[in-house]
Design a protein around this ligand. Structure first.
Ligand SMILES: NC(=O)c1ccc[n+]([C@@H]2O[C@H](COP(=O)([O-])OP(=O)(O)OC[C@H]3O[C@@H](n4cnc5c(N)ncnc54)[C@H](OP(=O)(O)O)[C@@H]3O)[C@@H](O)[C@H]2O)c1
Length: 261
């Protein structure tokens, strides 16, 4: 059976992808740590859309989690035709004050798990000459962000990696997309211990982000920034020198986090 595999499907953008793809008739394999939430979502989507929906509850930062997930799909004869690498989290603060374990875990989830799953599922897509991979990046990937240094760097990796892989796989009929949402109303900020109201005037909904991604997939786009405001800010970030941007962001976030000399 052909399935769409969504990581981080238990909330936010991943859950919105699950709802959207289920409504479009995709068979689903949902992945995250929160088993009860995944089970409830699968039940709901099966009943609402008559699709097959299953889940694997797994921590993608665990040793060899990507291998175990891949083996699980192989064992059940599942061909992953859409892979939505969405699971991720952020942190904010003076880098030296942030918990090192958590920063490394972030690289493990946002970067290593995404690379590993892309590597595992691409060969099957190549053989079948079809497939869609959406790697959820961020507008944070467009510039270095002081006081969000690791998170922005993980997302810069995701955008760069995804676009390179997109070109390598275009000839096989596979679309790889770097999806770059801006501030979005999910559990992201609470998990990162950030108060979004102090930083952004507006947030998109997870459904807005998924709508932008699906439209961009329909047009074969390898990079999608959701929302015109985010597009404007992202474009400006590409034009302005990095030093100017880091100074400006530092001036805004510095008063909250800068350590006294
Ligand atoms: N919200 C924003 O403003 C924003 C903006 C740009 C980009 N993004 C990106 O969008 C993606 C989705 O985030 P979101 O905003 O939807 O946040 P969210 O509501 O916090 O969702 C994060 C998802 O990742 C899963 N996850 C976290 N750690 C995991 C782990 N170790 N193993 C497996 N799954 C894990 C979570 O499920 P469990 O806790 O059940 O594991 C949850 O389903 C992330 O990559 C984020 O960087 C978000």
């Amino acid at each position: 059976m052909t399935v769409s595999l969504i990581t981080g499907a238990s909330s936010g953008i991943g859950e919105a992808f699950a709802r959207r793809l289920a409504a479009e008739g995709h068979e689903l394999l949902l992945v995250a740590r929160s088993e009860a939430k995944l089970a409830a979502l699968c039940d709901e989507l099966r009943a609402a859309h008559g699709i097959t929906a299953n889940y694997v509850a797994i921590d993608l930062t665990d040793f060899e989690a990507d291998r175990r997930l891949f083996q699980e799909t192989e064992r059940h004869g599942l061909e992953v035709d859409w892979l939505i690498n969405n699971a991720g989290f952020g942190s904010m603060g003076d880098f030296t004050e942030l918990d090192l374990e958590r920063e490394l875990e972030m690289i493990g989830l946002n970067v290593m798990a995404l690379v590993a799953l892309t590597h595992r599922y691409l060969p099957g897509m190549r053989q079948r000459k079809s497939g869609v991979i959406v790697n959820v990046s961020s507008t944070a990937s467009y510039q270095p962000i002081p006081y969000m240094a690791t998170y922005a760097a993980t997302k810069a990796f995701v955008t760069s990696f995804s676009q390179a892989i997109a070109e390598e796989n275009r000839q096989f009929g596979i679309l790889v997309q770097a999806l770059c949402p801006g501030p979005t109303d999910t559990e992201f900020f609470e998990n990162a211990r950030i108060d979004p109201t102090s930083m952004f005037k507006q947030q998109q909904t997870a459904e807005d982000v998924v709508e932008a991604a699906m439209r961009a997939i329909g047009r074969g786009k390898t990079k999608a920034v959701s929302g015109w405001m985010n597009k404007t800010v992202a474009t400006a970030s590409l034009i302005a020198p990095d030093r100017l941007i880091t100074r400006a962001v530092g001036a805004v976030l510095g008063p909250k986090f800068r350590k006294k000399k």
